[in-house]
Design a protein around this ligand. Structure first.
Ligand SMILES: [Zn+2]
Length: 157
């Protein structure tokens, strides 16, 4: 009998799929969850909850407020590579290891470069620098209980 396993984020709180448990983006899309300086608007991913690092920040010198912020879900490929070797722990990968593609993507609005796996089925032959991609959710690994997911990039068709 086929059963549907529960899906859980491999790392809690780093992205949302648009459901209200981790932060509703309103558009139903996958978004990375970071923080943003409430004074100068500088975005941070992964989350920065200590102090704004922008030397030109106009906020209070004793530390600006950093508020939760969902980053843009689209960007353009800045660089990409094939990963043909199993990464060392603490990275968790499927067993047996399946080669995958990674891409560094410059986010549309924030102009930040974020690294991520590329959705299965897309290889380095399908990618080029400058190509527009969007975030999706994909399975990183699974056990008897659940599928563990991460954000992945996929080309916009
Ligand atoms: Zn700031």
């Amino acid at each position: 009998m086929a059963t549907t396993k529960e899906r859980r984020p491999a790392i809690e709180g780093w992205f949302t799929t648009g459901n209200a448990t981790t932060g509703d983006t309103g558009d139903g899309g996958v978004r990375l969850l970071g923080t943003r300086c409430s004074s100068c608007g500088t975005p941070y991913f992964p989350r920065n909850e200590l102090a704004c690092r922008n030397p030109g920040c106009t906020g209070p010198k004793d530390g600006s407020e950093l508020e939760p912020y969902a980053l843009s879900g689209r960007g353009r490929v800045w660089s990409y590579a094939d990963s043909r070797y199993k990464p060392p722990p603490p990275y968790v990968s499927p067993d047996p290891f399946v080669p995958y593609t990674v891409a560094a993507v410059e986010l549309e609005a924030e102009r930040m470069v974020v690294l991520g796996m590329v959705a299965p089925g897309t290889t380095v032959d399908d990618l080029e620098v400058g190509m527009e991609v969007e975030l999706t959710e994909g399975v990183l690994y699974e056990d008897d209980e659940a599928e563990y997911t991460v954000w992945m990039w996929r080309p916009l068709r």
